[in-house]
Ligand binder design. Structure first.
Ligand SMILES: *Cc1c(COP(=O)(O)O)cnc(C)c1O
Length: 367
């Protein structure tokens, strides 16, 4: 219909992983945590679900921002909470990037540029296109490591002045951890805003939480979805310079974070030992699964996340996707040229990992 903006008519939406209605599937396709949220979080949610539901929630997520600030030794002014970190990634695109139109685009194209490595989070190009900005995808090295500064300069495609650069760290869907020195070197050189998307940092051996103290153009993105088993509640946050946070605050909806989500996230933070035990269990299972899959002939990149990026043997990765699904195992496959030879497998619990391995052995026996 021509009542719809041409940009929107042409737009390809982000494709989320399947949330099956079918029961009994082993769901290893969307990087959800296999363990339940802390009993304290569930109790807090239930206790909050009463007649208060008629009231608006705290518009600034004040208590949650204060608790996060204490935990990471920042000020509440350094923190904004969103309806999942996805909402904040979209707000960052709107607050920091100009749509690519008219004279500005000709004179200063970098101000209209959203830059990211490929493969990384496939939401970034969608956010750029929704906003009418210019996506600038730059390939990672063939082993999925970060290209060094010299290489980025030589390649001439990386834009050191890009208005907004998204770096998923540790990376998704590859699981790769990037050394802190390399991230810092990149941040130190970049002129525009850099968002370090640390959705999986709790499963990694390091993180970049200190960088925003030193670099006022660097923002850390975190979420309660993956590590804190709260995907359903949609709570994420940014940590950065108060001026950037204030800019994002100006353009967000007044009540962007639902009240039950705020309660659940607060309660989760009061039970960190519970979660730290789960992070360790996920990491232990990840390393076990990696070893077993390598033994079965898979190529498996080292992972600092709660998933593995694997190159299956024999048949094509897409065929593996279907064969596993026939055996009630759901994993993720991305059809882009740089990812189509791989599967992304979320670390489930021990029972789920055993079911996956059993299915894999069954498929291999059929060859
Ligand atoms: C899951 C994920 C997010 C989104 O997290 P939400 O808080 O659930 O919106 C952001 N970035 C990456 C890289 C992710 O994998």
């Amino acid at each position: 219909m021509n009542l719809i903006r041409p940009l929107v008519q042409k737009l390809k939406a982000y494709v989320p992983g399947e949330q099956p209605r079918l029961k009994g599937l082993v769901k290893l396709n969307t990087n959800e945590n296999p363990y339940p949220p802390s009993p304290k979080a569930i109790k807090a949610l239930k206790a909050a679900a009463d007649e208060r539901l008629r009231l608006y929630p705290d518009p600034t997520a004040g208590p949650l921002r204060e608790k996060l600030a204490k935990l990471y030794r920042y000020a509440p002014e350094n923190i904004i909470v969103g309806n999942g970190s996805d909402e904040l990634l979209a707000l960052a695109t709107r607050a920091f990037v100009e749509p690519a139109t008219g004279a500005l685009h000709l004179r200063q194209p970098e101000r209209c540029t959203v830059q990211y490595f490929v493969p990384s989070y496939s939401l970034y190009p969608v956010l750029a296109k929704i906003h009418g900005a210019t996506p600038n995808p730059i390939p990672l090295e063939s082993d999925f490591s970060l290209p060094g500064l010299a290489r980025l300069r030589r390649g001439r495609l990386w834009d050191f002045r890009a208005a907004l650069t998204f770096v998923t760290t540790p990376n998704a869907p590859t699981g790769t951890g990037y050394p802190e020195e390399e991230l810092e070197a990149l941040c130190a050189t970049q002129k525009g805003i850099v968002v370090l998307d640390e959705a999986y940092a709790e499963f990694a051996s390091g993180n970049a939480l200190e960088l925003p103290r030193q670099y006022p153009h660097v923002i850390i993105a975190r979420t309660f979805s993956k590590a804190y088993s709260l995907c359903y509640q949609r709570v994420g946050y940014f940590i950065g310079h108060p001026d950037l946070i204030a800019a994002l605050d100006r353009i967000r909806d007044s009540y962007n974070v639902n009240g039950l989500g705020q309660e659940a996230a607060l309660a989760a933070l009061s039970d960190l030992p519970y979660y730290r035990t789960n992070f360790k269990r996920v990491v232990t299972l990840r390393e076990r699964l990696r070893g077993e899959l390598i033994g079965l002939g898979f190529g498996v990149s080292p992972s600092e996340t709660n998933f593995l990026f694997v190159r299956p043997p024999g048949r094509a990765a897409e065929r593996w996707l279907h064969e596993l699904r026939k055996r009630k195992i759901l994993v993720r496959w991305f059809h882009a040229p740089e990812t189509r030879d791989y599967l992304r497998i979320t670390i489930g619990n021990e029972r789920e990992i055993n079911a996956l391995l059993k299915a894999v052995r069954g498929i291999l026996r059929e060859d």
